[in-house]
Design a protein. Structure first.
Length: 138
C-alpha cells in the first residue's frame, strides 16, 4: 500500500524567528489560531505572551490555515507588525486540526531545530508562563 504525502505551502512564514539564537531557544510556544481570531491573538500578545518578546530564549508563533471566504483581517499587515504569524495553505477547519498540529511540529523541526521544548496551547488559554518555565527548569 502506497501512502500519499501531502505537502502544504507557507503563505506567511517567520523562518528567521529562531535564527538569531540557533540551538539556544528553550521554549517555542505554538498557538493554533483561526484567521478571524485577531482579538484573541492580541490578548495573548498583551498578556502572558509578552514574555516571549522580552526573553530571547522563548519564541511565540500563531499557526493558521487558510480560509478564502474570510477577509476580516489583513494577516500580512499583522505579520509584518508582530512577526509571529505562520500560515499554510491547508483549509482551516476543526476537522483539519491534526494538520495544524503537524504543521507546528514541522515548523519547529525545520526552523527552530534544537529547541528544547515545544508547547502547543490554545488561543483561549491563559498560561502562567513563569510557573511553567520554573517547572521545566526543575
Amino acid at each position: 500500500m502506497e501512502v500519499e504525502v501531502v505537502t502544504y505551502k507557507y503563505l506567511i512564514n517567520e523562518e528567521e524567528i529562531c535564527k538569531p539564537f540557533p540551538g539556544k531557544i528553550f521554549l517555542l510556544i505554538a498557538i493554533p489560531s483561526r484567521t478571524s481570531e485577531f482579538e484573541e491573538r492580541q490578548a495573548v500578545r498583551q498578556t502572558w505572551g509578552s514574555l516571549a518578546v522580552s526573553n530571547k530564549e522563548i519564541r511565540l508563533v500563531f499557526m493558521l490555515g487558510y480560509r478564502p471566504e474570510i477577509h476580516s483581517h489583513d494577516l500580512k499587515t499583522e505579520s509584518e507588525k508582530y512577526h509571529d504569524i505562520i500560515q499554510e495553505d491547508f483549509y482551516d477547519s476543526y476537522r483539519n486540526l491534526s494538520i495544524k498540529s503537524e504543521a507546528i511540529l514541522r515548523f519547529a523541526n525545520t526552523f527552530c531545530s534544537g529547541v528544547k521544548y515545544v508547547l502547543k496551547v490554545d488561543v483561549d488559554i491563559f498560561m502562567n508562563l513563569p510557573a511553567l518555565i520554573a517547572d521545566l527548569l526543575y
